[in-house]
Design a protein around this ligand. Structure first.
Ligand code: AMP
Length: 470
């Protein structure tokens, strides 16, 4: 199928062929003709599926057809500033043949007054995060009465971040005759509730499976005894010659800062990205990543969704995400647009229940790998006697446990055997070793500031943390 057959304006067809796209992706093939009929759409499609173009092209088609202007005619809401800026950049990519198209992004962390000026000059296309847009609605009275198409990108994430009321207030300021296009990883639950309130007779398009299933992301898991062991594993992994750029996720802002500093001290072009940084440093960092000046970006979940940097060959979960769906979004930062990607998770043995959740969610086993000299301390199992063959045949990674001589293991530069002295001297996982090195329920984990800056407490049942500040 060719883009020309979808009914798009010829200038847009020109733009997508200039972008080098041979044809529409499945979500584009279904969503574009449906959106061109001007009906509402509920689309569930996974990250990296080409969903931005799936909503962007019909929006631009509408702008290309008639030139009435002055007030915003397309409004796209996204959960994060980075995603908003990325979407605004794609307006330029796909809309480059549309004369006089004015796009404004309305996100926090940049001067309010400047945005107000841009809006006063007239904008056709506004891409915004809900919080800052609401500020504009309250303080500068941005006029949304001309909005013809409202797009909610990553709607599930916006709801997750607590934007439901903001979204409701924003939607109430747009005309009821608007077209609404809602994109989300899932259309169930709260998203379904929101969708039924803000759309009319919406057509449902479900492309989504779990991304891992369809993509070519090689997922691996390395067990670490403690933080120092994790760091040594990371150092060895970063010596992998096939690694282009890596996106490393940590649980907290402080760990992201600390880890990026440590990597820089080791001569690696690394930087951090998290919600405590002001917007201009966040933008500078992302630009440096896009332009290849950074090899490693260490980030919190702020970078888990939407980020599209083709050079990211590896995603490394230095800390596992707390939810299986976050895992899927994180690993979707690699293997973009049909490329190969590697997703590596570093885990403690106590993370096994979470790993099982992730495997159940993705319906894929994650292969356990080892680096010679950096194997985890063998752990005796209560239920059977497999301690001599750690992890072999265990539920986690049972599919393709990589032996030390495997291709993946060979690709790693050799690492010095650096097993913890305490561990070897005290024997495998003695009570003393467990007490000293493995966090116990109720412990505060040293060196990990909580999301809101405090220390993180280890609980046997991790709860969903508040998500707004990342
Ligand atoms: P998205 O899911 O919108 O984040 O898009 C993921 C990546 O796919 C982006 O890098 C797009 O440039 C790319 N892309 C979008 N549409 C197509 C297409 N029809 N053919 C090839 N690549 C595409």
């Amino acid at each position: 199928m060719a883009f020309a057959k979808l009914g798009l304006h010829s200038q847009l067809v020109k733009a997508v062929s200039a972008a080098g796209y041979a044809g529409p992706t499945p979500v584009q093939e279904r969503a574009i003709p449906a959106a061109l009929t001007r009906g509402d759409l509920l689309v569930s499609s996974h990250t990296g599926s080409g969903k931005t173009a799936a909503f962007m092209l019909p929006c631009l088609h509408r702008l290309a057809e008639s030139t009435a202007g002055g007030v915003p005619r397309v409004l796209v809401l996204t959960p994060t500033r980075e995603l908003a800026l990325q979407v605004a950049t794609t307006v330029e990519t796909y809309g480059k043949f549309l004369k006089g198209l004015r796009t404004v992004s309305i996100v926090g962390g940049v001067p309010f007054f400047r945005q107000q000026q841009l809006l006063r000059r007239g904008a056709d296309f506004v891409v915004a995060t809900p919080g800052r847009l609401l500020d504009h609605l309250r303080r500068s009275g941005i006029d949304l009465s001309g909005v013809e198409t409202l797009v909610l990108d990553e709607a599930d994430r916006m709801l997750d971040m607590g934007f439901i009321d903001d979204i409701a207030l924003i939607v109430a300021r747009t005309p009821s005759t608007r077209q609404t296009l809602l994109f989300s990883a899932t259309l169930d639950g709260v998203v379904g509730g929101l969708a039924s309130r803000i759309t009319r007779q919406a057509q449902r398009i479900e492309i989504a499976q779990v991304p891992g299933r369809a993509s070519k992301i090689d997922q691996r898991l390395y067990f670490a005894d403690d933080l120092a062991h994790k760091s040594r594993l990371l150092d060895a992994l970063l010596r992998d010659e096939s690694l282009g750029q890596a996106l490393i996720f940590t649980a907290t802002k402080r760990s992201a800062d600390e880890l990026s500093t440590r990597l820089r001290n080791r001569g690696i072009a690394a930087d951090a990205l998290h919600g405590d940084m002001n917007q201009s440093s966040r933008n500078r960092t992302l630009q440096a990543l896009r332009h290849g000046r950074l090899r490693v970006l260490v980030a919190t979940d702020i970078a888990a969704r939407g980020l599209d940097v083709p050079g990211i060959s590896h995603v490394i979960n230095f800390d596992l995400p707390r939810q299986a769906d976050d895992y899927v979004h994180r690993i979707g930062r690699t293997g973009r647009a049909g490329r190969d990607g590697v997703a590596i998770s570093l885990a403690a043995h106590r993370d096994k229940p979470l790993i099982r959740d992730i495997e159940r969610y993705t319906a894929q086993p994650i292969a356990v790998d080892r680096i010679p000299g950096l194997e985890p301390t063998p752990r005796p199992s209560r239920s059977d006697n497999r301690s001599a063959r750690p992890y072999a045949g265990s539920r986690v990674g049972c599919a393709t446990n990589r032996a030390p001589g495997s291709t993946a293991a060979r690709r790693m530069a050799p690492a010095a055997p650096v097993r913890s002295r305490e561990a070897t001297e005290a024997g495998p996982l003695s009570a003393d070793f467990r007490r000293r090195f493995l966090p116990q329920a109720g412990d505060a984990v040293p060196g990990h500031a909580g999301r809101e800056g405090g220390s993180r407490r280890v609980t046997s049942h991790p709860h969903r943390p508040p998500r707004r500040s990342r």
